[in-house]
Write a new protein. Structure first.
Length: 745
């Protein structure tokens, strides 16, 4: 009785203190959502990338840290999505963010996966991990306050992969003249806040205010890490972020179902949902012929501490009723799940088998299977059977494999398949009693394509609208618009327009940005009134490179206005530049507009050369149409062909120097150095007044704005990636503006 009273007293104290702790936390995230759900469906917001960060099965745990419930979240390099979650931002003091991690892979260059932020572009307190250069099973953690990766401070301690670690970020707000401070605690003792493992060195970086957002990041495929995260907590003090009150209780455990039951074996499950504040030293299944068996009787020990587990019960007696319970033990005692039961059948049964996933190629595929139980009789054969109809069986020798082994998982390689075909597949297993089949799955083999090394090779092929070609080399995206899911790509040999309307949403579902390199596009070729189009039939891989800068090809107005010559055919869909041109139709009133054409003059050549063919362009859309600019300047754009005539269509107003003050007769002198730069650069203005600097991306998106009152001004675009930018200075006194180009390598 005394033990019972003590237990319930401890439980009540724990509940009260746990409620107090949770009430003080700014954010608690246990990822308690269905397995496979994207976190953006549960309060998180994506601010970069496309592939989702989703929930995965199981929990992580750390002695002395609040035990998570629900599931975990998986972070990998394959998807590349970055997401964030807001919390109430304190105006002073410190902010702590704790997270459990289990790293499965990292790179020796290192990358960050967790950080504080404000808005969608300013990051601080980035948590880095990188693999040890000499021991691939070890990694180390580091922290960076600002944006210069070279300033990252790494802990000298090597940590083991595939092991749960606790990381605590601390951001200290100095409201006075001093800089804010970012610290990192790696695998700390949780009873009280100790000395940080490392402190960020770049303390001179711009401070972040307010600190009201926490973010998870997947990064790029070349440097990102793969890991599981769990138990995310944000609070304003150590006790609240740890979420553990020091009261240890027995674990919390539930009994799972019994599966794979044969006359002599069964698989029984359990789930340790909380460790009670101390490491689980033992867990498993106890079973017997009476109700509520315990660990003093027969039991099977399972590995691990918290989360779901199974135990294999063997040497059972046929035709017998068995009771079983899951159990878990820590320093406070042993807990049991509810009593459950099953009855073993008399005699052997057919094996228990399931079908796994399929990975198709053009004429082959690999399909997984698993024989989880032999049914009480040795497995004589197992493998995968397939057909173009549902529920294939082993009746045809040519359409099923035969794999070695008895129980456990296996993979079969299917050959002789037809490209672009839907197949059904099932795993099978046979013993002396009979044959069993797994669940029916489907997969579609990839489309076969005639390889073309570059775009010039595509131009040499027959545009019959039927034959499938594969662009095996990399091409860079120079522009895209929603109409027709159109994309313009270019390599050193030429350019081509992708017209993607089958299905209506398009075959290419990956999202690519201007400057991304794309490899392995498969499609058909067709001509639309002389314009060669690439009609995709499959979704290619994610971007194989980013931040590429395509230098426009300089051609003359005479070449552009000529008939369909060999030269202009080679320039189809290419990014070009007309230098020193003016708009003949400019009168200070006439505006650009969708589908309108305008005359341009270069030297003695005058013709309708400019075509507003991009409906999404910021200068041409009806609501934002701009006045045709006067003066002389350069115009960059894509070569388009319509009704037998070639035109230039600018992608945005930044392509038209006349709209940006470049080459004005009264031009102010703007010096940018270094140019190209690594992201950090200085702008010098010869004749400056109070004004404003704006930086635009290649497609016209505003990425930075800053008011100025001096001639020399420093900027940093490191966080925005490689590419071409436009730096615009606006004089507030005269109302004029001047623009220069900047390349970030």
């Amino acid at each position: 009785m005394k033990k019972t009273i003590t237990f319930f007293t401890s439980l009540i104290v724990m509940i009260i203190m746990g409620t107090t702790v949770n009430a003080q936390a700014l954010l608690i995230e246990h990822f308690d959502y269905p397995i496979g759900d994207s976190l953006t469906a549960h309060g998180w917001t994506a601010h970069s990338g496309t592939g989702p960060i989703s929930t995965v099965s199981g929990n992580l745990s750390y002695t002395g840290y609040c035990t998570p419930i629900g599931q975990s979240a998986g972070i990998s390099s394959a998807a590349g999505q970055d997401i964030n979650h807001a919390f109430t931002a304190p105006s002073s003091g410190s902010i702590y963010a704790a997270i459990l991690i289990n790293v499965t892979n990292a790179t020796v260059t290192g990358d960050y996966f967790f950080h504080f932020m404000t808005g969608t572009t300013t990051f601080v307190g980035r948590l880095f991990i990188k693999k040890d250069a000499t021991d691939a099973t070890k990694f180390t953690a580091g922290v960076l306050k600002g944006s210069t990766v070279a300033s990252t401070v790494y802990s000298p301690t090597l940590l083991s992969m595939n092991t749960t670690h606790l990381m605590v970020l601390k951001y200290t707000i100095n409201s006075g003249a001093g800089d804010d401070v970012v610290s990192l605690f790696v695998d700390p003792a949780t009873a009280a806040e100790g000395t940080p493992t490392v402190v960020a060195a770049d303390v001179a970086s711009t401070d972040l205010s307010p600190v009201g957002i926490i973010a998870l990041r997947q990064g790029s495929a070349s440097v990102a890490s793969s890991l599981i995260v769990d138990g995310l907590r944000v609070a304003t003090n150590w006790a609240d972020v740890i979420g553990f009150n020091g009261v240890v209780t027995a674990p919390v455990i539930t009994t799972g179902s019994a599966t794979g039951i044969t006359s002599t074996t069964a698989i029984c499950g359990g789930n340790v949902t909380a460790d009670g504040g101390a490491v689980v030293s033992a867990r498993g299944i106890c079973y017997g012929a009476t109700v509520n068996p315990d660990i003093t009787g027969t039991k099977v020990i399972a590995t691990g501490t918290t989360g779901v587990f199974t135990s294999n019960l063997i040497t059972l007696t046929a035709g017998t009723l068995y009771h079983y319970r899951a159990f878990a033990t820590n320093s406070a005692g042993t807990s049991y799940g509810a009593d459950s039961s099953f009855t073993t059948p008399i005699g052997a049964v057919a094996p228990v088998v399931s079908t796994g996933t399929a990975i198709p190629a053009t004429t082959t595929a690999s399909v997984a299977g698993n024989v989880s139980n032999d049914g009480g009789s040795a497995v004589l054969a197992r493998g995968i059977c397939w057909a173009i109809t549902a529920n294939p069986d082993t009746s045809l020798t040519s359409t099923h494999t035969s794999e070695t082994g008895t129980t456990g998982s296996f993979i079969s390689n299917l050959t002789g398949l037809t490209a672009s075909t839907l197949y059904h597949a099932r795993a099978y297993a046979r013993n002396a009693v009979g044959i069993s089949y797994g669940n029916d799955i489907t997969f579609t083999t990839q489309v076969a394509g005639i390889p073309c090394a570059n775009i010039a090779a595509l131009y040499a092929k027959t545009a019959d609208g039927t034959t499938v070609y594969e662009l095996t080399g990399e091409a860079v995206l120079t522009y895209k618009q929603a109409y027709g899911n159109q994309k313009w790509i270019q390599d050193a040999s030429g350019a081509i327009m992708i017209y993607d309307v089958v299905p209506a949403s398009g075959s290419i579902t990956n999202v690519y940005n201007i400057g991304d390199g794309i490899t392995g596009i498969k499609g058909k070729l067709a001509k639309y009134f002389g314009l060669l189009e690439f009609l995709p039939v499959a979704n290619p891989a994610l971007a194989t490179s980013t931040g590429n800068v395509v230098v426009p090809t300089v051609i003359t107005a005479a070449e552009l206005s000529s008939a369909d010559t060999t030269t202009m055919y080679a320039h189809q869909s290419k990014l070009i530049k007309l230098a020193g041109v003016n708009f003949t139709d400019a009168n200070g009133v006439l505006k650009f507009g969708t589908s309108k054409k305008f005359r341009m003059t270069q030297g003695t050549t005058t013709d309708s050369l400019f075509y507003c063919n991009f409906f999404d362009a910021d200068y041409a859309a009806t609501a934002t149409a701009m006045v045709i600019p006067s003066g002389s300047g350069d115009v960059i754009g894509i070569v388009v062909l319509t009704k037998g005539n070639y035109y230039i269509t600018s992608r945005s107003k930044t392509d038209i120097s006349l709209l940006n003050g470049i080459n004005e007769l009264e031009a102010n002198k703007i010096g940018i150095y270094p140019n190209p730069s690594n992201g950090k650069f200085t702008v010098n203005i010869e004749k400056y007044n109070n004004g404003e600097i704006r930086v635009y991306s290649l497609v016209g998106s505003l990425v930075m704005t800053q008011t100025i009152n001096k001639a020399s001004n420093e900027f940093d675009l490191s966080a925005y990636g490689k590419g071409m930018y436009f730096v615009q200075y606006s004089d507030l006194k005269s109302g004029k503006s001047w623009t220069e180009k900047l390349i970030v390598k």
